[in-house]
Design a protein around this ligand. Structure first.
Ligand code: DSN
Length: 412
C-alpha cells in the first residue's frame, strides 16, 4: 500500500488522491497525450532525490553534494543519446513547453521569423500561437494541411520557406494523425538556410521503437516531452547536434530554468531504459495497431476520421458527421467514463472552445493491456453514447473493459 504517510499527515488530500486513482481505474483514458507510468518511474518521482539542488550540469554544479545526482543525470543523458541516436542531450527541461522555449531562446532573437504548424490544424501552442510567448516574442508564420487530403502540404510549406527565409522551422504536432516526412522538411529547410527543430513530443515513443521515422538524423534540434507515448514522468528533453549543445545547455540553465528536478531526471532515466526493451517495442506497435483498428471501427459507425485514418497513436474524429459538436461529444463521452478531448479539425467552422472534433489516442489504453478486439468495444461505446444516446449501454461497455484490464490494482 502506498501513500500511508500522506494518509496520516493529510487525510483530506489523501482522499482526493484516492478519488483520482479511482477515476483513472474506472475510466477509459483516450487523451492522446496521456499514459500510465511504471511503478519504477513512480518510485523515482516520490523519492528523496527531490531534496537535492543541482544547478549546472554533471561535473560543473553550483552546489556541493552532487556526486550521486551527477551520476544519475549522466546516465539519463547517455540513455537519451543512445535510445535516439543523438549527439547531445539536455534532460533538465521541466516540460515540453520549457524545452521549446529554451530552443527559441538559444537560437533566435525577438522578432526573428519562424515557421510552425498552425494550432488549429494540429500544431501546438508553443509553435507560435498568439497567446503563447512564442507568438508574442517571435514572428511566427503558420503552415498547415491541404484542405482536400487534410495531410501536411509540403509544397505550400516549401513555398513559404522560400518566400520568407525563416531562421527556424518547427515541425511536429499535437493533433496530426499521419507520418511526418522529416527528411523532406529538413531538405526544404537546409536548402534555404533555415534551421529545423522537431517537436516529437507526441510520437517520441513511436520514434524510439522505430514505428515512426526518426527526426534525429535530419533535425538540428529535437524536443520532446517524456510522458506521452514515451511513458515516462512529466517532463521535457532536448536532443541536438553537438554544435548546438553548449547553446542549448545555457538556454536551459541559466537561461530559462533554475534547479533541475533530480527525482524527475531519475524517472526519465528509468523510462529511457524501459524504452530500450523489446516489450516497449511491442507496446508501440500495439498502440498503432489499436489506433488503426479503432479508427476503422469508428468510421464504420458513421464518424468521419480526419484525413481518412491514422498512421500513428491518434485520430481526429469529426463528430459533426453525427450531428454533434466536439464540446458536446467530449461532455457526453465524459458522462460514460470515456476521457478524450474536444479538438478543432482542419478548417473548422466552429470556435476552438466548441470545435467539430474529438482527439482520440490509444497510448494509455494500450498500456492498460487493451488489444484490437477491445477497440471494437470502444467503437460500440462511442456509437451508443454519441449516435444512439444510450448512455447506460455505453457505460456498461466501458465497465467491461475497465474490469477486464485493472490499473494499478495494488496501489491503495
Ligand atoms: N497538451 C499536450 C497535448 O495534449 O497534446 C501537448 O503539450
Amino acid at each position: 500500500m502506498r501513500y500511508q504517510h500522506v494518509k496520516n499527515e493529510d487525510p483530506a488530500l489523501y482522499e482526493m488522491m484516492v478519488k483520482e486513482l479511482h477515476r483513472q481505474q474506472s475510466h477509459l483514458e483516450l487523451i492522446a497525450s496521456e499514459n500510465f507510468v511504471s511503478e519504477a518511474v513512480l518510485d523515482c518521482m516520490g523519492s528523496h532525490l527531490t531534496n537535492k539542488y543541482a544547478e549546472g550540469l554533471p561535473g560543473a554544479r553550483y552546489y556541493g553534494g552532487c556526486e550521486f545526482v551527477d551520476q544519475i543525470e549522466s546516465l539519463c543523458i547517455e540513455r537519451a543519446c543512445t535510445l535516439f541516436g543523438a549527439e547531445h542531450a539536455n534532460v533538465q527541461p521541466h516540460s515540453g513547453a520549457q524545452a521549446n522555449t529554451a530552443v527559441y531562446f538559444a537560437l533566435l532573437k525577438p522578432g526573428d521569423t519562424v515557421m510552425g504548424m498552425s494550432l488549429d490544424q494540429g500544431g501546438h501552442l508553443t509553435h507560435g500561437s498568439k497567446v503563447n510567448l512564442s507568438g508574442k516574442y517571435y514572428h511566427f508564420i503558420p503552415y498547415g494541411v491541404d484542405p482536400k487530403t487534410e495531410r501536411l502540404d509540403y509544397d505550400a510549406m516549401e513555398k513559404l520557406v522560400v518566400e520568407n527565409k525563416p531562421k527556424l522551422l518547427v515541425a511536429g504536432a499535437s493533433a496530426y494523425p499521419r507520418i511526418i516526412d522529416f527528411e523532406r522538411i529538413a531538405k526544404i529547410c537546409h536548402e534555404n538556410g533555415t534551421l529545423l527543430m522537431v517537436d516529437m513530443a507526441h510520437i517520441a515513443g513511436l520514434v524510439a521503437a522505430g514505428v515512426h521515422p526518426s527526426p534525429v538524423p535530419y533535425a538540428d534540434i529535437v524536443t520532446t516531452t517524456t510522458h506521452k507515448t514515451l511513458r515516462g514522468p512529466r517532463g521535457g528533453l532536448i536532443l541536438c547536434k553537438e554544435e548546438f549543445g553548449k547553446a542549448i545547455d545555457k538556454a536551459i540553465f541559466p537561461g530559462t530554468q533554475g534547479g533541475p528536478l533530480m527525482h524527475t531526471i531519475a524517472a526519465k532515466a528509468v523510462a529511457l531504459k524501459e524504452a530500450m526493451g523489446d516489450d516497449f517495442k511491442a507496446y508501440q506497435h500495439q498502440i498503432v495497431k489499436n489506433a488503426t483498428v479503432l479508427s476503422d471501427a469508428l468510421s464504420d459507425k458513421g464518424f468521419r476520421i480526419v484525413s481518412g485514418g491514422t498512421d500513428n497513436h491518434l485520430m481526429l474524429v469529426d463528430v459533426s458527421a453525427v450531428g454533434m459538436t466536439g464540446r458536446d461529444a467530449d461532455d457526453t463521452l465524459g458522462s460514460v467514463n470515456i476521457t478524450a478531448n474536444k479538438n478543432t479539425i482542419p478548417f473548422d467552422p466552429q470556435k476552438p472552445a466548441i470545435a467539430s472534433g474529438v482527439r482520440v489516442g490509444t497510448p494509455a489504453v494500450t498500456t492498460r493491456g487493451l488489444i484490437e478486439a477491445d477497440m471494437q468495444v470502444i467503437a460500440d461505446a462511442f456509437e451508443a453514447a454519441l449516435i444512439n444516446h444510450d448512455l447506460d449501454l455505453a457505460r456498461s461497455k466501458v465497465k467491461s473493459l475497465t474490469d477486464k484490464y485493472p490499473l494499478y490494482p495494488d496501489m491503495i
